[in-house]
Design a protein around this ligand. Structure first.
Ligand SMILES: CC(C)(COP(=O)(O)OP(=O)(O)OC[C@H]1O[C@@H](n2cnc3c(N)ncnc32)[C@H](O)[C@@H]1OP(=O)(O)O)[C@@H](O)C(=O)NCCC(=O)NCCS
Length: 251
């Protein structure tokens, strides 16, 4: 393979580790993470439905179709699964759109990237952990593993969306290295942060410009984003979710 040509998705990708919490209690249960086959469709959908039943308010997690899940086993994307005690307990979807005809959410235009970047786009488009296994940082790991897979196929532009009211989601995306670059209405009505990372690197932030904003202050965040600020860190003060924004240093 020449240095500039994209590699293949490593179909034998797998990771092992230990789950140390179950329903909030200490435990030690091994897990295996690997790419899923289409035969996992029913289990993935079951986890998705369980997640939808547990969301604290409607609209924080979008209800995705069977066709969406089926498409991302081997179409324009892949799905990672985490197994414990022979059961699927979490999944994370990596969309690898071939181009503008990709039939699901596409974030290239929202990020202001040129059409020539389509072959470099990878999107973190769906994740859920069964409630009893939450708190093991599986989401953060599923993000990191999907970045590894994206890097293997030279998809350096990483995009994701996350509801401001779902801090468990965007805190993990920030921890994985994505920054908030915009705010969009998903499907025209669901408010989402638009997050992005370029795996080849980004300009450093000018921390002298840093400001902290409450997550509920959407107008202020829109203004900051419109003037070139990026959201880069989560802060909780007196139980209030906040975000730190700063401008990139001029290159
Ligand atoms: C977002 C999600 C995948 C994160 O799961 P996770 O990787 O297990 O979460 P973490 O390990 O980062 O948990 C961090 C903390 O948040 C808590 N937590 C995680 N998810 C939680 C939830 N949905 N509700 C309440 N607390 C939650 C954990 O108990 C943990 O608390 P602690 O630090 O005090 O121990 C999980 O909440 C989930 O499946 N949510 C539903 C689907 C969803 O929102 N997907 C993202 C948008 S598509």
């Amino acid at each position: 393979m020449s240095p500039g040509s994209p590699g293949e998705i490593p179909v034998d990708f797998h990771r092992i580790g230990l789950l140390t919490q179950r329903a909030g209690q200490p435990t030690q249960v091994p897990f295996l993470a690997r790419l899923l086959e289409p035969t996992a469709l029913a289990e993935v959908q079951d986890i998705h439905q369980e997640a939808l039943r547990h969301v604290p308010e409607p609209g924080l997690v979008r209800s995705d179709s069977e066709a969406f899940f089926a498409y991302h086993f081997s179409g324009e994307g892949h799905t990672l699964g985490v197994f414990a005690e022979d059961r699927l307990i979490a999944y994370g979807i990596l969309s690898l759109p071939a181009g503008p005809d990709y039939g699901y959410d596409r974030f290239l235009e929202d990020l202001g990237l040129p059409a020539s970047e389509w072959p470099r786009m990878a999107q973190l488009t769906g994740v859920a952990v069964r409630p009893e296994w939450r708190g093991n940082h599986l989401h953060r790991r599923l993000c990191a593993w999907r970045l590894e897979l994206a890097h293997a196929v030279h998809r350096w532009q990483i995009a994701a969306v996350s509801a401001p009211g779902n801090p468990c989601s965007w805190r993990n995306l920030l921890a994985a290295g994505l920054w908030i670059k915009g705010i969009k209405l998903l499907g025209g009505q669901q408010l989402r942060y638009l997050l992005h990372a370029d795996l080849r690197g980004s300009p450093p932030l000018d921390f002298a410009s840093a400001v902290t904003v409450e997550v509920s202050a959407m107008t202020k965040q829109r203004r900051l984003l419109a003037t070139g600020y990026w959201g880069y860190a989560a802060v909780v003060e007196k139980n209030v979710q906040q975000l730190r924004y700063a401008r990139p240093l001029p290159s």
